[in-house]
Design a protein around this ligand. Structure first.
Ligand code: TAP
Length: 481
């Protein structure tokens, strides 16, 4: 089969006005860090983008102290309506600078520009607009009478949706009246630093949000700091477990958004065309670097061959390459470390007997890349069926009856999300009722909305982000008081 050739359609980076080096954003200003600075690179080219300050314990102390001062002197004194005005202002500035933020995100993270432009950044603005609306209505959120802010929130986020995870953390924290110290991931600090410039533009009072860059030890110093009241973490289950241990008994309120191994269940009465698109979106969106990715396809046995054949055809049309090209479907893997992990788990999958198929595509010379891959006939005990690959790799398993599909879907230590594809509403509801997952999509996948709570069961963590449930994580409510 031959395909139309696309001309390159690269998004210009001229809109970016990047500095050569960035300091830590503490108390409203960029200041030097006391740790050894590091470089952030483009994963698509391995070229340096900027030098980034590294926060050590002294810097973490300064950031927490700034957040504490701002909490006591300004932020807790403002009315909800006034806090809301700042959040609306931030949301509008994100919209105004959307193109610039999308280019920065794709450059630093490696995700396709069409995703950062059409999904990440619009959702960032939506999250700030949504929580701006709640800031003066906390008494009516159904969380008990007169809920109160907790104080200083320590927030640590991963690299897969850098600015969106920042919005999920900062917007509800500020709406609820808390101040914040946030640490972005080491490999993707850029959009958080541009966001700090937006906070200056919005004239947010100094110290209300502080952004400190660094690696895992900076995150560890932040979450263990004795003067934080709340810890919010998104990342791997192993780090989440360590944080749960270190905060136990400290009185800090904790929410953990961890990994997942979602089942995407396709019944034989499903609309197949839509299901194929949904499976592709479920696992190949953002190179599969998605905690709620539909990484385990459970397909009913009598349509297994048709679905797998059509998936292979569809994957052969995906375009892998320059994240800044508007035609790109699959961008770069975020880091060499992550690429090594995807390769290792894929090799294990093959060694354990699953049938490996990889879409044919040209891999660029520099940068970190992994072509879309399917493993068929995967056994439930195989490591690629149990562990999070966090890459563009789909494991296919089959089932005969709804009961078998449910048992296989729930056979995982995780419980973040799931998908069901069927023509019958009653079947969808009956199956959804028995799946142990925080979010269940029906005849769609990977849909996000600020009004809808998101979070997991079991090793996927606890607490919810989004919706009024997301506010509860940042408030002392009747239950806690
Ligand atoms: P992690 O290695 O856990 O890193 C997450 C963040 O924690 C990063 O900022 C990291 O800093 C920092 N960190 C590392 N060690 C720490 C420690 N001991 N104490 C405090 N902070 C520490 O995860 P990752 O590899 O970046 O992200 C991938 C994982 O996140 C996947 O498992 C994915 O499923 C999960 N994830 C979950 C969700 C939700 S909503 N459930 C969303 C996105 C991602 P450095 O990056 O600088 O090392």
């Amino acid at each position: 089969m031959s395909f139309l050739e696309y001309a390159p359609a690269p998004e210009s980076t001229a809109i970016l006005n990047l500095k050569d080096s960035y300091g830590l954003f503490i108390n409203g200003d960029f200041v030097p860090g006391h740790g050894t600075p590091f470089e952030t690179i483009s994963p698509a080219t391995e070229k340096r983008i900027a030098t980034i300050a590294n926060a050590n314990e002294k810097d973490v102390d300064a950031a927490v102290a700034a957040a504490r001062r701002a909490y006591e002197k300004t932020w807790s004194k403002l009315s909800g309506a006034d806090r809301g005005k700042y959040l609306f202002r931030i949301a509008r500035l994100v919209q105004e600078r959307a193109r610039e933020l999308a280019v920065a995100e794709s450059l630093d993270n490696g995700k396709p520009i069409k995703e950062s432009r059409d999904v990440d950044i619009p959702l960032v603005a939506a999250w700030f607009f949504y929580y701006a609306g709640w800031a003066d209505k906390l008494d009516y959120a159904g969380l008990g009478a007169a809920p109160r802010a907790l104080g200083v929130a320590a927030q640590v986020i991963p690299w897969n949706f850098p600015l969106l995870m920042l919005a999920w953390k900062i917007a509800p924290a500020l709406a609820a009246g808390n101040t914040v110290v946030l640490k972005p991931a080491e490999t993707t600090p850029l959009s958080a630093l541009l966001f700090a410039e937006i906070l200056q533009q919005a004239e947010l009072p100094a110290g209300v949000v502080n952004i400190i860059t660094g690696a895992g030890d900076t995150g560890q110093a932040l979450v263990q700091h004795p003067d934080v009241n709340k810890v919010a973490f998104t990342g791997s289950t192993s780090v989440g477990r360590a944080i749960a241990k270190s905060t136990a008994g400290s009185g800090k309120k904790l929410t953990l958004e961890l990994g997942g191994k979602a089942a995407n269940i396709v019944f034989d009465d499903a609309p197949i065309d839509q299901a194929i698109e949904g499976i592709v979106n479920g696992i190949f969106f953002n190179q599969g670097h998605v905690c709620c990715a539909g990484s385990r396809l459970l397909v009913q046995e009598n349509i297994h061959d048709e679905v797998v054949d059509r998936l292979k055809q569809r994957l052969s049309t995906l375009r892998l390459g320059d994240p800044l090209d508007k035609n790109t479907d699959i961008g770069a893997i975020n880091s060499r470390e992550q690429l090594d992990r995807i390769r290792e788990l894929s090799d294990i999958g093959e060694a354990e007997g699953a049938e490996r198929w990889t879409a044919e595509c040209a891999i660029p010379e520099n940068g970190f890349w992994f072509a879309p891959t399917i493993f068929d006939n995967v056994s439930t005990s195989s490591r690629i069926a149990r562990e999070e690959v966090f890459g563009p790799v789909l494991s296919v398993l089959s089932f005969r009856t709804p009961a078998e599909a449910i048992a296989k879907a729930n056979n995982t230590p995780y419980g973040l999300s799931a998908g069901i594809w069927s023509d019958k509403g009653s079947k969808i509801l009956a199956v959804a009722d028995q799946l142990k997952a925080g979010v269940i999509w029906a005849n769609t996948f990977n849909r996000f909305d600020p009004a809808s709570p998101f979070g997991g069961y079991k090793e996927s963590g606890y607490g919810r982000e989004g919706g009024r449930h997301g506010l509860a994580a940042y408030l002392k409510t009747g239950i806690d008081a």
